[in-house]
Ligand binder design. Structure first.
Ligand SMILES: [Zn+2]
Ligand SMILES: [Zn+2]
Length: 435
């Protein structure tokens, strides 16, 4: 058998790392998938290649995050390899070794925000964002779409790319009123430099194949057609599955494969998915076959019953309404932006972030400067109930010379009397300072 698309796979089950032995995010998540893949003979298909992860460096993390007080205190070796596996998947596509790649790694990353005091939603570092920012430095400043198909809102990725119009973020997820992390509403549409480029599609509990594919065909694909990204990344969370123990959706392995086939991502990165035996092996197999351009029509869970999983008419109607609203906001994004930000010099965004895994509460205010020549510098003034009070300054990749100067002078001038830690992230010169 020969794959239509050359596909790279990176596996990292992180045997020596778990929040606790019985925690849903543990190494068996990938062990059953590995067994299934070898049973199906995936390794014998011509055009499917396996790559070993590399180990990510501190600098890779500092391009995206402000780990408090520093990288070493927050990030384990397992996280560095999970990140490195994701980076390797990105590099294999960028340097032409393969057409597409899938990083099957853990721990996951999409709940990790810019500031990192600890673990939340089983995430410490945002693996997609760290890999993406690294290849932007190594190759070129790509225009990228990240499509998050995890059942939970990708709140960390939203936070990281909130004000970046060259990174379109679309998350469809179980409605935040019914599931962790409780965010991801339609009105959350991006910062002043990127209004309309953060798109949330909250879906009701009980959404099935029909609903997910409706969202894809009627909102996600039309938006991607217009946006024309250089690269499509799928944050492939698999906890929308009907057997997932911590969510309430009705999606299937076959549905995930169809979704992946139509979305046609360049790179997929495993996020959540906690139905270790009942879902992950089948979904991952379906995604691998779809990415390789092979037939996935026989991929079904042993207990798959299409009729039983059909979504109700009420849910179908509700999803259509949500999609209409989201798509019309996308079409009107420039008018909406004018209405929201006209005449403003900066925009403040207060936020409270709870680290559920580590039990830490953070209060922060982000400040986005509005600049006519670039995306504008932005700051995060944050304090945690563990005693830190930090200021993080970010100079965006497209910063004008004034904004670069302003970032450095703010860093120099800000006194350590008010803050325990002050950081400067200069994305133009790829520098990171801390005091
Ligand atoms: Zn999830
Ligand atoms: Zn500027």
């Amino acid at each position: 058998m020969k794959a239509k698309n050359k596909l790279g796979l990176v596996f990292f089950p992180a045997f020596d790392w778990a929040i606790s032995p019985t925690h849903p995010e543990r190494e068996e998540r990938l062990l059953y998938t590995q067994d299934q893949i070898f049973e199906e003979g995936i390794q014998d298909i011509e055009g499917i290649k396996f790559f070993n992860p590399i180990v990510a460096e501190e600098k890779d993390i500092q391009r995206v995050h402000f780990p408090v007080p520093d990288v070493k205190s927050r990030v384990t070796k397992s996280h560095l390899v999970s990140l490195g596996g994701t980076i390797r998947a990105f590099q294999s596509v960028m340097n032409g070794e393969v057409d597409k790649s899938f990083a099957l790694v853990r721990p996951p990353g999409h709940h990790a925000h810019r500031v990192v005091y600890g673990d939340r939603g089983f995430c410490i570092v945002n693996i997609e964002a760290v890999a993406l920012e690294k290849i932007r430095q190594e190759y070129r400043d790509l225009r990228v779409a990240i499509i998050d198909t995890d059942c939970h809102h990708g709140d960390g990725t939203e936070d990281i790319y909130w004000n970046d119009r060259d990174t379109l973020f679309i998350s469809f997820h179980q409605d935040g009123r019914t599931l962790y992390p409780g965010t991801g509403f339609i009105e959350d549409f991006g910062g002043p430099a990127a209004y309309g480029y953060n798109i949330n599609i909250p879906l009701p509990p009980g959404t099935g194949e029909e609903g997910f594919l409706y969202v894809l065909d009627n909102v996600v694909l039309p938006i991607l057609d217009e946006y024309k990204p250089d690269l499509i990344i799928n944050s492939a969370g698999q906890d929308n599955h009907y057997t997932d123990p911590i969510t309430n959706m009705n999606f299937t392995a076959h549905g995930y494969a169809v979704l992946n086939d139509r979305l046609n991502p360049d790179i997929a990165v495993l996020e959540g998915g906690y139905s270790i035996e009942g879902a992950l092996p089948y979904i991952n197999l379906g995604i691998i076959l779809a990415m390789a351009g092979l037939d996935y029509s026989n991929v079904h869970e042993p207990d798959y019953d299409r009729e039983r999983l059909r979504q109700t008419g009420e849910i179908t109607e509700y999803i259509k309404k949500v999609c209409d609203i989201v798509y019309s906001r996308w079409k009107n994004r420039d008018d909406l932006k004018l209405k929201k930000f006209k005449g403003l010099k900066y925009v403040e965004k207060p936020k409270q972030i709870y680290y559920d895994t580590d039990g830490i509460m953070e209060n922060q205010v982000q400040n986005f400067k509005i600049c006519k020549r670039c995306s504008g510098i932005n700051t995060i003034n944050s304090r945690s109930d563990t005693g830190y009070r930090i200021l993080g300054i970010t100079i965006p990749r497209d910063a004008c010379s004034n904004c670069i100067d302003e970032g450095y002078s703010l860093y120099e001038k800000t006194s350590k009397k008010k803050f325990t830690n002050i950081y400067l992230q200069d994305k133009v010169n790829d520098r990171y300072l801390a005091k």
